[in-house]
Design a protein around this ligand. Sequence first.
Ligand SMILES: Cc1ncc(COP(=O)(O)O)c(C=O)c1O
Length: 384
Amino acid sequence: MKTRRNVQMAAPFFSADDRIRIHLEIDAILDGALSMGPNVKAFENEFAARVGVRHAVAMSSCTSALEAALLYYGIRDREVIVPAETFVATGMAVHLSGGTARFAEISPHTLCLDLDDVKRRVNDRTAGIILVHMAGLISPDIAEFRSFCDENGLFLIEDAAHSPGAKLGGAEAGSFGHAGCFSFYPTKVITSGEGGMLTTNDDEIAAFARSYQNRGRDMGSATERYVMPGRNVRMTEMNALLGRIQLGHLNEYLTRRRRIAAAYKQGLKERNDLRLVFPDDPKSSSFWKFPIILDASIDRSKLMTHLGNHGIATDAAYQPALHQQPVFQEIFKNDAVCLGRTEDLLSRHLCLPCHPRMTDEDVDYVLDMLIQGIERHRSDLQQL
Ligand SMILES: Cc1ncc(COP(=O)(O)O)c(C=O)c1O
C-alpha cells in the first residue's frame, strides 16, 4: 500500500533566498514608485531580452495584453480565429474588443490550432488568428501560421499564457507572431501574483499598448493629453519584483518541468490505452501541464475521482470547450458551432500535474496511481 501524498496541479515557488530579497526590496518600493517604476522597466527589459524581441510591455494581466493587441488591429465587426480549446479569456478578449470569435478545431497531436482547419475558416471578415500554445507547447506549424497570415493580410497573436521559455528552432514563444501575450497568474510557469506581458517587434503595437494601458495618454507629451480611449491596465512595482525574481529562475523551472515530463513519458510509453501529447523537441514546450488522451474505454470521471481520493489533483482543461460555454452559446444562439474533433479530444483528455515543487517520489506516485486507476476504471469490452 503506497503512502498517500498530496500533489497539487500548480504551486508557486519562492525559495528562502527569494523571500529575503523580496522583503528587502519591498522596503525600497515603499519609499519610491509603487507602480510603473524601476522594477517594471527592468522586468520589461529582461523579458524582451529573454524572448528576443524589441519590446515587452508589462500589463495587469494576459487578458489586458490580448485586448491591447486586438484593439491595435481594430477588429470591430470582424472575425478572429481562436481555438475552442483554450481558457475563456482568449475568446472573451475578442468579443470585448468588438469582434467575433470564430472557433476552430485543434490538432490531436498538439492540442493547438489545426492549420488546415484554420485555412478552411478564413473568409473576407477574418482579421487574424490567435494561436494558443496549449499547455506550453509551440505548434510545429507556427512558421507556416505566420507565413499564411503574412500572405493573407491577417495578424497572428500568440496566446503564450502557458509557454514562457518554450523554444522552437532557436526562437522563443512570443517572438513568432505580430504580438505575444503572457500570463503571470499564480498557477502559471512564472508568476508575479497577477500580471501579463505583451511582446512584439512592432514599434507601433508597443506604442499603442503603452498608451492604451495609460488610458490612451500621449506618452510622448509632457502634459496630460489623451489621444484615444484606453484603460488602466498597468503593473505595480510589487508584481514586477516578483516577476523579475521568477524570470531569473525560469531556466531551472523549465529543466525541472521537462525532467518530470520525460519521466511521465518513460512511465507511460508502453501503454496502449492512452496517448501522450508530447512534442518531438521537448524544448518546444514549457510543460505547464502534462496532457494525455485516454482511450474511450476508460471512465475519465472515475479515474479523476480515484486520483483525487489518493491526493492527486488533475484537471481536464479546458472542458467544456469555449463554444460550449454559456457565454458563447448565448452569443451564437442562432448559429450553433459544432467542433466534433475538439469535443471528442476534450472529452477524453486529462492533464497531469507537472511543476517544480513536485519531487521524484511525487512523479512515481502519480504514475502508479494513474495506472492503478486506469486498470480499475477501464471497461474491457473486448473480453465480453
Ligand atoms: C490560454 C490563456 N489565455 C489567457 C489567460 C488569461 O490570463 P490572465 O489571467 O493573466 O488574464 C489564461 C489564464 O489562465 C490562459 O490560460
